[in-house]
Design a protein around this ligand. Structure first.
Ligand code: PEP
Ligand code: MN
Length: 366
């Protein structure tokens, strides 16, 4: 995707970070006017507003539909701001284009479906409009990249990704797990692709929006998409996570924006030294892992000789329990310790299985 146009050449303003704000869903003409007016005085680049809402249950608010498009456009024009809607179908594109909507985003539930994304891409052939592509609901980077490529292949060059977190069955304080390593890997694979973070849908709760926004800034995201509503408690969708316009203002004012690089020589030397230490520690970790696996293989041999199964559930429970206790005393998070030892355990099982199979093969050769 070498020909992508930088975000700040899209004609939506220059200020950093790039801010998209607005309600989860447009509910009335008054509501969107009120929001647009309150955003007009803030450093916002684009107003968002859902018209067709992909809701989990059929008996909930499904979005105001086509008539909301003109309210959104009017509100944007009256306040000098461009406007964006979610499109999930070629028909949405047709209606949004004729209402003069400035920009589209593809939602997480659409990105998962290559058929639908391709139909959307086909409907966008020859249209010069910016498109944001949210990550698919499942943590699948290839699917996300595939959707971005489908849009790119239709000739669009103003494309950005939106990270809105990933659905997970595990209990967590987040509505959608951030899995930061996925957008970081996306940035590594496509360095010229702008990436916006949507802390509202990651958090599902307004109390976490600010800290997630700061994390996104610290990870060099290009901007934020934040849901704002004049009366969140009575919002028809996502009421827990929407901020009041004033809260958005406070959040934006409190963001600490750091530089990606500096030229202070003393600081750079210090950084270099610390990075050497990290390199050394990582090498030690790998050596220790190799040693652990070699012990695991030895255990595998004894288990084989004594006709014991590889998986010993009690031992595994004990490892998990004791490592959590010890790790948490060392200020590591429970989630990290569990994930780390699950990975180590599955690698050990893999090594033990290899040992057992090897003995099996040798036996056959004899
Ligand atoms: C939204 O932006 O309101 C929305 C439905 O988001 P997502 O596709 O991320 O769930
Ligand atoms: Mn929403």
């Amino acid at each position: 995707m070498t020909e992508l146009i930088p975000l700040y050449s899209w004609g939506f303003g220059q200020g950093f970070p790039f801010i998209i704000a607005g309600p989860c869903g447009i509910e009335s003409r008054t509501q969107i006017n009120e929001i647009a007016e309150s955003l007009n005085t803030q450093n916002v680049n684009l107003i968002r507003g859902g018209i067709w809402k992909p809701r989990t249950r059929p008996d909930s608010f499904q979005g105001i539909g086509e008539e909301g498009l003109k309210w959104l456009k009017e509100a944007g024009l009256a306040n000098g701001l461009p406007v964006a809607v979610e499109v999930a179908h070629p028909r949405h594109i047709e209606q949004a284009l004729s209402a003069g909507i400035d920009c589209f985003w593809i939602g997480a539930r659409t990105t998962v479906n290559p058929f639908l994304v391709q139909e959307i891409a086909n409907a966008l052939l020859g249209v010069d409009i910016p498109v944001f592509v949210k990550n698919p609901i499942n943590p699948d980077l290839e699917l996300w990249i595939g959707a971005l490529e489908r849009i790119y292949n239709s000739g669009l060059r103003k494309i950005a990704a939106i990270h809105r977190g990933f659905s997970s069955y595990e209990k967590s304080k987040y509505r959608n797990a951030p899995n930061w390593q996925i957008p970081i890997e996306l940035k590594r694979r496509i360095p010229n692709l702008p990436i916006i973070c949507d802390p509202s849908h990651i958090s599902g709760n307004k109390s976490l929006v600010s800290s997630l926004s700061q994390t996104a800034m610290d990870l060099s995201f290009d901007g934020l998409m934040i849901e704002v509503h004049p009366d969140p408690k009575n919002a028809l969708s996502d009421k827990e996570q929407q901020l009041l316009p004033l809260e958005l203002k406070e959040l934006l004012n409190s963001l600490i924006l750091r530089q990606q690089s500096v030229d202070d020589v003393i600081f750079l030397n210090l950084l270099e030294e610390l990075r050497h230490r990290i390199d050394k520690i990582d090498e030690d970790i790998l050596n220790m892992m190799a040693e652990r696996m070699s012990v695991a293989r030895e255990i595998g041999q004894y288990k084989r000789e004594n006709n014991m199964t590889i998986l010993q559930v009690e031992r595994w429970n004990e490892i998990l329990r004791t490592r959590q206790k010890s790790g948490m005393q060392k200020d590591l998070t429970r989630e990290f310790i569990i994930q780390l030892f699950e990975k180590i355990h599955s690698e050990s099982i893999h090594h033990q299985t290899r040992v057992m199979n090897l003995i099996e093969i040798r036996k056959e050769v004899k």
